[in-house]
Design a protein around this ligand. Structure first.
Ligand code: HEC
Ligand code: HEC
Ligand code: HEC
Length: 417
């Protein structure tokens, strides 16, 4: 599940800086008040075949990351383990079409306002980072998909508890990334989709996929970060790896076209491959919270690249993460590969996807080997990287047997048990 609000150490610092007492009072007030004055946007579901297809693309890449987790494709909500404990205990909501536990009884406009403003049917703020600049057409498409009769949205009765914010979490949502109380009265257009469109790429990066939030320093929303071209996408947003089962800190990389500090040397194909497969041209594994954009199409990826290329190179060097970056290096011994290929960064005890390895239990080694090389052919949106280019069939089989040997017990971090 997603990760977007992952711990930014900065929150705690902000708490001290703002002057705790009064600010906390203001925060609590902002979080609890009734936002009935925020206009419902004039947006109705787009139920055309194109609308539903587009809605599925956005929903699976963005909403599903938080609302449908744990290997589930149904958006029944659940505990979001990779949210930092310092900000609270987070649960995403059931957004199936159940009339009571889901959003079956919400109008299209109410869902649209939740997406744009983070304000629910009863006019209260919910701790979800909103999408204030997502275009009307894309919001309408998402709702079109949610209301398309797709089996994933069939009513489900389970209901996760509400999220509970700690004081720093309250501060973070009240002042930095949460509440947007500007009702949308004018339509917000989606730029024309084209591979060479800087504008479309900018829209995707800042208003849909939110690359700008994670890849620019500070806790402010993307809308604020867009006003600061001098730091935009220059990296340095601090993630604490501890909630993800790692150690130390990970600063998001600089993705401006700087040849020394950013991704200026990457070709379009290298960029596309990294975004979808999760492995960079240099052989580094892209760990969570960096998503894999398996649902993005070629035109979207090219537009993102066009936009990134249009930016001024920023030569600010981001320090490497504590412990270095995991680099994909195949070796013949399975337990060594498990660590050198970065499997351990997700599957070792305490890591984000420790439990997922159990999915292999009872399967034939040949089947598991196929999964390891092309997990997306089994689970289209999976966050597991595509290892095909790094692991041949023999190595994959050896790894599969190793993994299967471990599914009964615990998996050690790439060393002999
Ligand atoms: C970063 C994680 C995240 C993303 C991305 C996200 N949500 Fe949410 N969503 C949440 C959380 C957390 C809540 C609030 C749960 C609570 O109140 O404790 C929520 C609440 C909601 C609710 C209110 C449900 C209810 O029963 O009250 C709706 C509707 C919703 N989200 C729809 C969406 C849609 C549509 C998208 C995609 C455009 C989306 N969400 C993207 C995390 C997310
Ligand atoms: C939730 C936060 C988050 C979001 C959203 C996000 N990224 Fe990332 N991204 C990261 C982190 C963290 C890393 C470093 C991962 C690692 O080293 O294991 C990363 C790595 C990368 C890299 C590799 C850079 C390098 O030098 O190796 C590229 C390229 C990239 N992201 C582009 C994007 C683009 C484009 C988007 C939007 C479409 C995006 N990211 C959205 C957090 C994010
Ligand atoms: C970035 C995180 C990540 C990395 C790195 C990673 N995986 Fe996974 N893996 C996952 C996720 C997530 C799943 C669960 C699939 C899902 O729900 O999307 C998974 C599932 C699996 C499964 C279960 C398959 C099944 O049939 O259910 C196996 C086996 C597996 N991974 C092996 C590996 C091996 C071997 C490596 C290294 C070569 C590796 N993984 C690297 C994230 C990762």
């Amino acid at each position: 599940m997603m990760k977007k609000i992952l711990l930014a150490i900065g929150v705690l610092v902000a708490l001290v800086l703002i002057g705790a007492g009064t600010a906390m009072g203001v925060a609590t007030h902002k979080l609890n008040k009734t936002y009935d004055y925020v206009a419902l946007p004039n947006i109705t579901r787009d139920s055309s075949p194109e609308g539903i297809a587009r809605g599925e693309q956005v929903f699976r890449a963005v909403c599903g990351e938080c609302h449908a987790g744990g290997g589930n494709t149904k958006p029944v909500g659940g505990r979001m383990h990779d949210f930092p404990a310092e900000l609270g205990t987070f649960y995403s909501a059931n957004i199936t079409s159940d009339m009571e536990k889901g959003v079956g009884a919400w109008t299209d406009q109410e869902i649209a306002r939740m997406v744009i403003n983070g304000i629910d049917k009863s006019h209260h703020f919910r701790p979800m980072p909103p999408f204030p600049n997502m275009g009307d057409k894309d919001v309408a498409a998402v709702i079109g998909f949610m209301r398309s009769g797709h089996p994933d949205f069939a009513p489900e009765k389970q209901q996760p508890p509400r999220s509970e914010l700690t004081p720093p979490g309250r501060m973070a949502f009240a002042f930095a990334m949460g509440i947007n109380d500007k009702g949308r009265t004018e339509p917000v257009p989606v730029p024309v989709k084209a591979a060479d469109s800087v504008e479309y790429g900018r829209y995707l990066a800042s208003s849909v996929y939110d690359c700008t939030f994670c890849h620019s320093p500070g806790l402010e929303s993307s809308a604020v970060k867009m006003q600061h071209p001098e730091t935009l996408l220059s990296g340095g947003f601090e993630f604490d790896l501890v909630p993800l089962g790692g150690e130390g800190k990970l600063l998001s990389p600089n993705i401006t076209p700087s040849e020394t500090a950013g991704i200026g040397k990457w070709t379009l194909d290298e960029f596309k491959h990294s975004m979808v497969s999760g492995i960079t041209p240099g052989g580094f594994i892209l760990r969570p919270p960096m998503p894999k954009y398996r649902y993005a199409d070629d035109v979207e990826l090219a537009a993102l690249y066009t936009f990134l290329r249009s930016m001024k190179p920023n030569d600010k060097v981001v320090p490497p993460p504590t412990g270095g970056r995991p680099k994909a290096e195949p070796s013949a011994e399975p337990e060594k590969m498990f660590s050198s290929l970065g499997c351990a960064t997700c599957h070792a005890p305490g890591k984000a996807y420790e439990a997922k390895l159990q999915g292999a239990k009872g399967k034939a080694p040949e089947e598991v080997a196929k999964w390891i090389r092309n997990p997306e052919s089994f689970k289209p949106g999976t966050q597991m990287p595509t290892y095909e280019a790094l692991v041949d069939e023999n190595n994959a089989l050896a790894l599969a047997k190793y993994v299967l040997g471990r599914t009964g017990g615990s998996v050690s971090e790439g060393t002999t048990p």
